[in-house]
Design a protein around this ligand. Structure first.
Ligand code: ZN
Length: 201
């Protein structure tokens, strides 16, 4: 119980000498968010001991996931420090840059399995490729990248699995599995790569 000395029942009244008890409380104490992160790091480093690992993930697995703040990959998958490579972006989309990371992960750092995790309520379901046009109208330049928005999360996972499996750069494409994480229950649901899209009714 490292914070047992905090006796106030009002979160916002905790002193700056105490570790924040929640993100909202921390922000209310003043200073930027980054200041809060740097403070947290000092606490982390004080308790940190060199695990003596090399850079090769212990479980030989790379996880590609959406950047969504509600998805705590290590907690949700029982992962510990050093276990895996974590590659995240908006949507957990398998872009050229994700293939770049996976290629280095497999060819230089020994991973063999790939796990793809998308999730319910993803922000990419709420926008369309019009986002690029809107950007162009605003700033006078059209982004080179696709938005990679989607309507059917299951199909989006299937497409991502397919992109990994068909990449010529990867050494290991036999163990590629895709999931949808439910942000309300915390449960993963595996997507069958072979299942065809549902026929329109
Ligand atoms: Zn998302």
């Amino acid at each position: 119980m490292p914070h047992a000395t905090v006796t106030s029942t009002v979160l916002g009244m905790t002193t700056s000498a105490s570790l924040p008890t929640g993100s909202e409380a921390a922000i209310s104490t003043g200073g930027s968010v980054t200041d809060r992160l740097v403070e947290a790091n000092e606490q982390y480093a004080a308790a940190f001991t060199d695990p003596g690992m090399d850079a090769r993930p212990v479980l030989h697995v790379a996880v590609v996931a959406c950047m969504d703040a509600r998805l705590d990959l290590h907690a949700a998958l029982g992962l510990e420090l050093g276990d895996c490579h974590t590659i995240r972006n908006a949507g957990g989309v398998v872009t050229d840059d994700v293939i770049r990371s996976l290629t280095i992960s497999q060819r230089k750092l020994g991973t063999r399995s790939v796990v793809l995790i998308h999730h319910t309520g993803c922000g990419l379901e709420a926008i369309t490729e019009d986002f690029r046009t809107d950007l162009e109208m605003e700033v006078g330049q059209r982004p080179a990248w696709a938005v990679e928005s989607f309507r059917d999360v299951d199909q989006d996972v299937r497409q991502s699995m397919q992109r990994v499996r068909t990449s010529p750069f990867l050494l290991h494409t036999d163990d590629v599995r895709g999931f949808v994480f439910d942000v309300r229950t915390g449960l993963l649901r595996e997507i069958d790569p072979a299942q065809p899209p549902v026929e329109p009714s």
